[in-house]
Ligand binder design. Structure first.
Ligand SMILES: *C/C=C(C)/C=C/C=C(C)/C=C/C1=C(C)CCCC1(C)C
Length: 241
């Protein structure tokens, strides 16, 4: 054990702020998971699944952050592969959250399928642009963005929005906040992508913004995974009271 982990921690340079955000990411995701899991008993049965999923999202992220922190510390390189494995597991679970809270208004499996398919398209095309066909990062980023806006459309104006209106009350209010997370919180990811893939692209000036792709992704993950979970948590609290 020691020779596996000690060198990496010893390698952690106090001026390595990217590594620092990976480190804090591990702790934040772990703490959030403990918080969600330990709160489960206080909720009515039908809200437990939603809070459980919140905990699974931060727990899956916590495990990936441990790997990503070590990958970064050993190679000083973006852990692109772990990053996208994390997202491909957690983003569909966020779609499940939308579906679960809208079930009270009769949400169908087709809504869930549609959102999961869109999120997988968004992430696979993003991965291809970031890691495989880096020369055409702009094109793959564009495909990814189309899928992203289709998700935004679905939840703000499409079928999911209609169901939220039918549900009304606390569910509608929670749905609205989640919609803002997707519109504002998720937009940090394409910004990170533009910064990280700028080299040799028409948007090469993004490389000079003084921003770091991994820091942007890490901040976005903390906001979106933990924030999203807390919205679900407080909805469950209201519905149980
Ligand atoms: C917990 C992880 C989350 C919520 C990840 C979300 C990721 C995105 C919304 C990524 C979107 C991208 C684009 C819209 C275009 C460029 C490529 C991506 C994959 C960074």
């Amino acid at each position: 054990m020691t020779n596996l982990f000690l060198p990496l921690v010893a390698k952690m340079d106090p001026t390595d702020y990217v590594g620092f955000t990976f480190f804090v990411g591990c702790m934040a995701m772990m703490a959030a998971s403990a918080f969600f899991f330990l709160s489960l008993n206080q909720f009515d049965k039908k809200w437990r699944t939603s809070v459980l999923v919140s905990g699974l999202i931060t727990f899956i992220a916590a495990v990936h952050y441990f790997y990503m922190r070590d990958y970064w510390a050993s190679n000083m390189e973006s852990p692109t592969f772990f990053r996208y494995v994390d997202w491909i597991l957690t983003v569909p679970l966020m779609c499940v959250e939308f579906y679960l809270i809208l079930k009270v208004a009769g949400a169908k499996k087709s809504l869930l399928t549609k959102m999961i398919v869109l999120s997988v398209i968004m992430l696979v095309t993003g991965y291809l642009g970031e890691a495989v066909y880096t020369g055409s990062a702009a094109l793959w980023g564009f495909f990814s963005a189309v899928a992203y806006f289709a998700i935004v459309y679905e939840i703000w104006l499409g079928g999911a929005a209609k169901l939220a209106k039918e549900a009304g009350g606390d569910v509608l209010a929670a749905h609205k906040i989640l919609c803002w997370f997707v519109l504002v919180g998720w937009i940090i990811y394409p910004l990170g992508y533009l910064v990280g893939t700028a080299d040799g692209q028409w948007y090469s000036s993004f490389a000079n913004l003084g921003l770091d792709m991994d820091v942007l992704y890490n901040i976005a993950d903390a906001i979106n995974k933990i924030g999203f979970g807390l919205v679900i948590y407080s909805l469950a609290v209201k519905k149980t009271a």
